[in-house]
Design a protein around this ligand. Structure first.
Ligand code: FAD
Length: 352
């Protein structure tokens, strides 16, 4: 089982304070305006938090995944959109970490670790969601470059990132073995941002479509060999799914903190509603679920850190369970708040 080191606990405490003091007061506004929070991105860069997933030799801090996801959780506890700034920097960079050459790492990692560039991961297409292998985006080698045609949808950081890990078919006759991975620079000829989605939540994170219209990508930007793409994508998801779980745990913990605080302050029938056993049961169930999700998430991250093989199921279970817990716990938190749960919640009103 995972155990936090003293160093991890210290970082957790520092990020908790930073999130509470600097990010929480902005959270509701970020969601209202549905604008990417560049000020929060700069704050996270100044704290070196975008450098966590990158090796020290490229300007990163070389942190393990447990440490990295502790940071994601603490930020998500006050602002889910802001947590994605750090989480997606890793998601978009993992394909390069997994399969990049020394030249590719030297070219991209220092600027990603410093936060000068942002990254994105582009796998999903309109007809290829859970079934990623059904992708239609094509990449054809033409001399010293590939020509990409097609589109990707639901891409976090679309139009925000400078660096995209993009998956495309180089040989459709080979099925999943015909998928290849590429690093695509935002200024590549023939690459453009399509539709930006309007979401119900996490609105400060930009999600959108990418269009490749005879997009020219240098052959040197192929990750691994032709046909390695699906394997690289799945290895990336093994590493990144616990991070989505950590985000969900943070969201759930934030809702629980808020509901518990509210229950102690809300007086009905002459006493705080926290004194009612029905409310106590709800809060206890919420706390139990959050802790169970947290254990699955950090266990999966610790297994990735330990280099264990066959961690796909553990990683997927952590993401799935924590996501479901976030849904249940936030719904229960709304119940604890009664009618007031329908109105705008400003998390900064309450200390965690
Ligand atoms: C906010 C947001 C951000 C995202 N960011 C990114 C990103 O950065 N990069 C990226 O590449 N993608 C991203 N995605 C896409 C995300 O990964 C896909 O939404 C996901 O893969 C599911 O695909 P789909 O939405 O097409 O659903 P579908 O695959 O159409 O699934 C629809 C339903 O069918 C169920 N289903 C599907 N297959 C099966 C099966 N075999 N057995 C049982 N049930 C099944 C699903 O569970 C779901 O309930 C993002 C999505 C969202 C909403």
């Amino acid at each position: 089982m995972y155990r936090l080191t003293d160093e991890q606990r210290m970082l957790q405490a520092v990020v908790r304070e930073l999130a509470q003091e600097k990010i929480a007061p902005r959270a509701a506004e970020i969601d209202d305006k549905a604008e990417y929070p560049w000020d929060i991105k700069e704050l996270l860069v100044r704290q070196d938090l975008l450098a966590l997933p990158f090796p020290e030799k490229y300007g990163g801090t070389g942190s393990d995944l447990v440490t990295f996801y502790l940071v994601v959780e603490e930020i998500a506890r006050v602002c889910a959109s802001s947590s994605l700034i750090v989480a997606v920097q890793a998601l978009g960079s993992f394909p390069i970490l997994i399969a990049g050459t020394e030249t590719q790492k030297q070219r991209y990692f220092p600027n990603l670790a410093s936060g000068d560039w942002l990254a994105a991961f582009a796998l999903t297409e309109p007809g290829a969601g859970s079934d990623a292998a059904a992708m239609k985006t094509r990449a054809v080698l033409d001399g010293d470059h590939y020509i990409l045609n097609g589109s990707k949808c639901f891409i976090t950081n679309a139009g925000i990132a400078q660096v995209y890990s993009v998956f495309a078919m180089t040989d459709p006759s080979k099925g999943v073995k015909g998928i290849s991975a590429f690093i695509v620079d935002a200024d590549s000829p023939g690459f453009r941002l399509g539709k930006i989605e309007h979401k119900m939540g996490i609105r400060g994170s930009q999600t959108g479509e990418l269009v490749f219209d005879n997009c020219i990508v240098p052959a040197g930007n192929l990750l691994g060999n032709e046909g390695d793409g699906f394997k690289i994508a799945m290895m990336t998801l093994d590493k990144s799914r616990p991070g989505v779980g950590a985000q969900a745990v943070g969201i759930a913990q934030g809702a629980l903190d808020y509901a518990a605080r509210y229950a102690k302050e809300r007086i009905q029938f002459g006493a705080p509603i926290a004194s009612l056993q029905a409310i106590q049961f709800m809060l206890a169930d919420m706390a139990m679920q959050v802790e169970a999700a947290r254990c699955l998430v950090y266990e999966a991250a610790a297994r990735v850190d330990a280099g264990e093989k066959g961690i796909t199921m553990s990683s997927a279970m952590a993401k799935c369970f924590a996501g479901d817990v976030a849904m249940r716990v936030t719904t229960d938190a709304l119940q604890v708040l009664g009618g007031w749960g329908n109105f705008e919640i400003r998390i900064s009103q309450f200390e965690i």
